[in-house]
Design a protein around this ligand. Sequence first.
Ligand code: NAP
Length: 315
Amino acid sequence: MAKKENPFGAAGWTPDRISSLDGKTFVITGANSGVGFEATRILLTKGAAVVMLNRNAAKSAAALSELTNQFGADATVSFIRMDLAELDSVREAATEVLSQAPKIDALICNAAISQTATRKLTVDGFESQLGVNHMGHFVLSGLLYERIEASSGRMVMVGSNAYKMGKKKIHFDDLNFDEKYSPWHAYNQSKLAQMMFGYELQRRVEAAEKSVVAQVCHPGASRSNLISGDVSMTNKILIRFIKPFFQSAERGAWPEVLCAAEADVKSERLYGPTKRADTAGPVGENEIAAHALDREAAARLWQVSEEKTGLTWSP
Ligand SMILES: NC(=O)c1ccc[n+]([C@@H]2O[C@H](COP(=O)([O-])OP(=O)(O)OC[C@H]3O[C@@H](n4cnc5c(N)ncnc54)[C@H](OP(=O)(O)O)[C@@H]3O)[C@@H](O)[C@H]2O)c1
């Protein structure tokens, strides 16, 4: 199939398209590392205020110190502790965000874990990748929704090319992989879930004629700390060999900054790099595989997410 023309020109979208984000507030998850850290840096460069929601206080202090070294002691960046693997922590962090941020111009759901070696359950009983990557963000999004709507803000889901690999479906009959756990299939499912949630949110916001913009993107293959820590030795070795060929984490951050701040975004799009099987290169629009736009599955996922997290919400 012929590739679509890049709507941002042959060089693709770059942060140069944004002149100033002065007076705007961005809330981003998993911003002490990798793509989220670089997105925070870009937003600060444009004059925005950024609230980082991270799980690790020491790593966050190091990230804050690097940012204040670059932007000065009065850099408009702060940190609230939040562990997406514990819904109580998500609820506490959301309360803190609402008390600190009178408006939210964009929430970027960026944090994730990938390839967890063995099947683990979060405190709330979800397979860890589904729990952190989707369920935690589902609850955070619901708890911050009203403030985002009051701010005519945006909600950005950071997906992955992994959504179009493996089983390409939500395992409604075995969400937690009780039967046969595979780190890869569990990651694929969690990223597909995030993306389906993003498109369903977009449809609901538009149907309800709300002034919220929901977008979905992915960073391609970017050098970050993903696939480290609790992953198999095989994956550790594999990532060590292939990572040098990845693009920088800064380039990986561009699609999420685009979704959070670019004026000219459209509905039912997947923003990401457009070369080398959408893993690198100019940022533009990627083809969306049909299963990510399955409306029936997305509506079911929303309902199941409400039931399992105990939070019922909709635009
Ligand atoms: N890099 C790639 O090639 C690639 C490809 C496709 C998609 N992505 C997506 O890009 C996004 C950013 O990932 P990255 O590549 O920048 O990886 P990264 O460097 O590992 O960053 C992930 C961030 O998520 C945080 N996180 C993990 N578990 C958390 C939890 N339970 N609660 C709160 N925060 C948590 C991490 O915190 P800690 O530092 O405490 O672990 C870290 O700040 C993810 O959504 C990922 O799925 C990345």
